[in-house]
Design a protein around this ligand. Structure first.
Ligand code: MG
Length: 372
């Protein structure tokens, strides 16, 4: 199989709640997502998506994803997309770094591998564990009372795991965490995710003030060293996210006993191939995982479902159904949440079919003679 053409679309994904806000006053109203189609000489097409959480979450931004694909794409013409490891090494040789640029392309390669073999990506990534995958709901940063109301509402929809966006004023954050934990029941899981928003002295005050609560603390500070310092002064279970973006920091953090759970976002690692490597290493090391992406629509939600459903159940801390946060559908066949759970499709590949009337004309198309 050879890649003949790559089509790229820009799609706006408005938030159903109107706005998503997190640490340090950051917010997004309309997400800018990029959809790719990788067309091959067999007539099969694979689809992928990448959607950064605005330009100020990770070192990634929406226009950068498209600029990177425009730069990298011509080198992929003529390559075999089914050799997922080999073509990832090739992409790294053509374009160093910029993992998020490669994420949608790699997702499309897995979609093609599934369509060619007649198997869902979940099966190709190791096999399906359990009937369904438990989801969490991220709660946008607002007043403590409003966040508690939102959690109560989403709890009625079936969610039992919640990730509070904190990382603001530490005193208000303490109120936010107490207000929400106060309405939850035993067995419900609460994560306070500061998204790097606290300075070390602020994080130390928060973990001391909530030490009596059943709550996880996620990525309190910007640097790994700052987070490790906080970790060494709290008994609360600890999640690292922004600092864990490849196998090297994952191994270092495990050696330091720097966390109990890691967050694997597909585009942060550069696609499903690299996310799966990290997932398998985390299973080997005994680390539970949040398996998700930075943001996305139907195609990313499908990719998350395959990565999560092929992860042993005891290692699945949470996952996310981003397509229920946004009001714009992108594809049919994507997983839909039922009672706080979703499941990976059993159709070949990612199991989705893009809505071409939504995508419209591609922003650009890469085709022509492959470079020698
Ligand atoms: Mg996080």
């Amino acid at each position: 199989m050879k890649i003949e053409r790559i089509r790229v679309w820009q799609v706006d994904l408005p938030l159903a709640e109107g706005r998503y806000s997190w640490s340090e006053g950051k917010s997004v109203d309309v997400f800018d997502s990029t959809v790719v189609a990788v067309d091959t000489d067999t007539g099969l097409t694979g689809y992928g998506e990448v959607c950064p959480l605005g330009p100020f979450y990770l070192p990634a931004y929406a226009e950068g994803a498209r600029a990177g694909i425009r730069r990298l794409g011509p080198a992929l013409l003529g390559q075999n997309p089914l050799h997922v490891e080999k073509i990832n090494r090739y992409m790294d040789r053509c374009l160093q770094g910029h993992p998020y640029v490669k994420s949608a392309l790699d997702m499309a390669f897995w979609d093609l591998l599934g369509k060619k073999s007649g198997l869902p990506v979940c099966d190709l990534m190791g096999g399906r564990y359990g009937e369904r995958v438990r989801l969490y709901r991220a709660i946008s940063q607002e007043s403590p009372d409003r966040m508690a109301e939102k959690v109560a509402g989403y709890r009625r929809e079936g969610y039992r795991r919640f990730q509070l966006k904190v990382g603001g004023d530490p005193d208000v954050d303490i109120e936010r965490i107490r207000a929400v934990r106060g309405i939850l029941e035993s067995g419900d899981v609460l994560v306070a995710d500061a998204n790097t928003g606290w300075l070390p002295h602020q994080a130390m005050r928060v973990v001391a003030a909530i030490r009596d609560l059943d709550v996880y603390v996620e990525q309190p500070c910007r640097s790994y060293e700052e987070c490790l310092g906080v970790r060494q002064h709290t008994d609360l279970p600890f999640v690292l996210d922004e600092n864990i973006d490849s196998l090297t920091p994952l191994l270092r953090a495990h050696a330091d006993r720097a966390m109990d759970v890691i967050n694997i976002k597909i585009s942060k690692f550069g696609g499903l191939t690299r996310a799966r490597q990290a997932r398998d290493l985390a299973v080997h090391l005994g680390l539970a995982m949040t398996l998700e992406d930075s943001w996305g629509g139907d195609i990313i939600t499908a990719a998350i479902s395959h990565l999560a459903h092929s992860t042993p159940e005891e290692f699945r801390f949470t996952s996310t159904d981003f397509n229920s946060y946004v009001s714009q559908p992108l594809a049919s066949g994507a997983p839909r949440r039922v009672d706080g759970f979703f499941e990976a499709s059993t159709s070949p590949g990612l199991g989705i079919e893009p809505l071409m009337d939504v995508l419209g004309e591609p922003e650009f198309v890469i085709e022509g003679d492959p470079s020698p």
